[in-house]
Design a protein around this ligand. Structure first.
Ligand code: ZN
Length: 241
């Protein structure tokens, strides 16, 4: 990684007070959470359907038990901890330099690192609700359940996760949009910016500088002030925060 680019990013961060970080799966993969969208031979061996089909609303309704087999194994990962990226962002917020984190991840690791303003576009595996009486259940309840997790009232418990075919929460989008509109620096990390509608949120940004950190190229690379084709951890690890 070029020292000059890190110095430029350091300067941008030092001079900003309303940073918004927009993050994708790459933020969590460094904590050991697999990107369930990425091609994985295991899926084909063990599951009859591609992950996008299993993590969909219609599949949840029609094949609830199979949904939960996949969900427990692939989306509820034991012992994961926040990494350098989560911790650095939480520190920036505490210093009053970061407005919000907008994330496509559902693992709650930003909050675990101490971040308070987090817009979870796709919800969180830490929150689960009975579809009948709306009673709350945590992730451990789901992890320790067998088959289809049921509430004490008999209703089926559903994760507060936005499945395929479901729409994003309007309040979460509004919050994310107003943070992005207000931002004086937008850092986008660990996302290939191809998942909609989350990817189009960045068009609401009115500031000057955009920093993109992703292992591979993205459609927005040409619009960015700074582009890193590196791991997020190595970039954040090189900064003084
Ligand atoms: Zn219930």
């Amino acid at each position: 990684m070029e020292k000059e680019k890190i110095e430029k990013l350091q300067k941008l961060i030092d001079n900003s007070n309303k940073i918004v970080f927009f993050g994708g799966a790459g933020v969590s993969t460094e904590s050991g959470i697999p990107d369930f969208r990425s091609v994985d031979g295991l899926y084909n061996q063990k599951y009859k359907y591609p992950p996008e089909r299993i993590i969909s609303h219609s599949f949840f309704v029609s094949n609830t038990e199979e949904f939960y087999d996949f969900y427990r194994e692939k989306l509820l990962i034991d012992g994961v901890k926040p990494n350098t990226v989560h911790i650095s962002l939480a520190q920036l917020e505490k210093k009053g330099k970061l407005l919000a984190v907008v994330t496509q991840n559902i693992d709650g690791l930003h909050q675990a690192a101490g971040s308070e303003k987090v817009y979870e576009l796709h919800g969180s595996v830490l929150r689960n609700y009975c579809q009948k009486c709306h009673k709350f259940y945590d992730d451990k309840f789901i992890k320790n359940s067998n088959g289809v997790p049921r509430c004490s009232c008999g209703g089926i418990v559903k994760p507060d996760v936005v499945l395929y075919e479901e729409s994003l929460d309007n309040k979460v989008i509004e919050g994310a949009l107003s943070a992005i509109e207000e931002a004086d620096l937008l850092i986008i990390g660990g996302t290939s910016l191809v998942v909609q509608p989350a990817a189009s949120l960045i068009y609401y940004y009115r500031g000057k500088d955009v920093v993109l950190i992703n292992k591979s190229e993205t459609p927005a690379d040409s619009k960015a002030t700074l582009v890193f084709h590196d791991s997020l951890g190595s970039v954040f690890g090189a900064l003084k925060i």
